[in-house]
Design a protein around this ligand. Sequence first.
Ligand SMILES: Cc1cc2nc3c(=O)[nH]c(=O)nc-3n(C[C@H](O)[C@H](O)[C@H](O)COP(=O)(O)OP(=O)(O)OC[C@H]3O[C@@H](n4cnc5c(N)ncnc54)[C@H](O)[C@@H]3O)c2cc1C
Length: 462
Amino acid sequence: MSGIETDYLVVGAGMAGLGFVDSLLDVSDADVVMVDRRPAPGGHWLDAYPFVRLHQPSPWYGVASTPLGDDSLETDGPEAGDYTRASGPEIQAYFGEVLRDRLLASGRVRFLPETDHLGDGRLCSLADGTETTVSVRRGVVDATYTASRTPETSPPPFQVADGVTVVTPAGLTTLPEPPEQVVVVGTGKTAMDTCGWLLDQGHPPERITWIRTRDAWLNNRHFLQPDRLAVRTVEGTVGFLEALATAETEDQVFEHLERVGVLLRIDPDVWPTVFRGPTISEHEVHQLRRIDDVVRLGRVLRVEPDRVVLEQGEIPTTPDTVHVHCAASGLPDAPPVPVFEPGRITVQYLSRLSMPLSSAVIARVEALDLPLAEKNRLCPANFVDGGPLGYLQMLLTGFATEGLWRSHPDLSGWFATTRVNATRDLPGAEPDPAREALYVRLLDALEPAYAGLARLTAEAGR
Ligand SMILES: Cc1cc2nc3c(=O)[nH]c(=O)nc-3n(C[C@H](O)[C@H](O)[C@H](O)COP(=O)(O)OP(=O)(O)OC[C@H]3O[C@@H](n4cnc5c(N)ncnc54)[C@H](O)[C@@H]3O)c2cc1C
């Protein structure tokens, strides 16, 4: 590689990098070089397990300029009436098209695959080891800070003895024979997807052991629907706010949210202790409840041919049992840092745990002629901590940030209509009395909800 000059060096061509560049093209004349270690755009979606689907509906995922999917609703099956969700291959194809037809076609973006950013604009080609330094006029954009940790890229956080079969969810699908007995290790959505896939394949639930470190609260996908079904998202939001506005204790918040159906849990007899925002349907929860053999003995320390050793005990296993590693952390656990620093932008979550929305806003704010402090005021990095209130804190912080965008002259019009805003104004839509009524409740609950959350987090010592 010979020396390269550019306005922005964007490191990472996953959702964060693509979303940033896509929006930057709309609001500036900048020239961009994108680099990624992987051979193609799409980030973690490139090596996701084959049965993965977007956890949320397709219409508000992806880059702001380009729809993902055909805006259709499921017509049959357990999710009939909900928006469709793209599969892994569909998401990969979509990001490939975004790069080719939108970014490269602009004539202002160059993409260097299989290229490692070593820091300070230094690149190394993974194909031939050539190094070059990019001369960057405006800034280096770190679109790797929120990179997902998946089992495909993170080794198991436990020891694996010789003679033991431990596979990733993708590896599970390529075994020469269907396994007799399966032990799934993991608490998050990947473990849920894996158990669901095994059940869908006809694997008997009594031959699945599920090791869950903690039980989690889960978002009910019914209340995370965009566009024509956005009234449900508003209803879910009202649920969150009214729960926080009225509850006296943390437990009452979750009792309220479960009662109104906004949150789900897999085991009705176990009170969850974590909520990081996974999304699931009621049907999936009912399926997962068919698995009775749930082990709650803390983290797995090691898997041996005849036993799985956990923090608080052990369970028997066999050399023929297939153990599925679903124990990667998923969401990044890096602490929030300022999005805008001199010569550097770190793309992070701002609102609703939505990278499509967050990356697009960061690009639009970058293009505004504002001091760094003002840019950071419009884009405070947001974060979900591990406790039960973490997701709620993230949600309310994000609402406050969205309030800034709604009232900003350069952002409000775009924010009201962009496809990456689930509750956007749809062109030509008639006023919906049900939605208007919910907005009245939402406004009534807003201040008490912030006060309630502040009190509960103080009581919880966070
Ligand atoms: C199974 C699964 C389902 C999900 N479903 C949803 C969903 O429905 N909705 C939703 O909003 N979110 C979902 N997420 C969250 C998802 O992680 C984000 O939406 C988004 O894809 C994260 O994109 P990213 O660009 O931050 O990270 P990544 O996709 O991990 O991309 C980061 C990229 O940076 C590259 N990179 C890192 N370091 C370097 C370096 N030094 N040099 C060059 N390149 C580098 C990597 O190769 C990678 O391609 C899901 C996550 C998972 C794992």
